[in-house]
Design a protein. Structure first.
Length: 35
């Protein structure tokens, strides 16, 4: 089983690039509530 890693990417012009990147819709059954 894969171990999910959590990170965020913030651009100087774009702001938070990874906002909403790890949602139930984007990753399916590997989603973990509260992370």
């Amino acid at each position: 089983m894969a171990t999910p890693a959590y990170m965020s990417v913030t651009g100087t012009k774009q702001g938070l690039i990874t906002a909403g990147a790890f949602t139930a819709d984007s990753v399916g059954n590997t989603y973990q509530e509260g992370h």
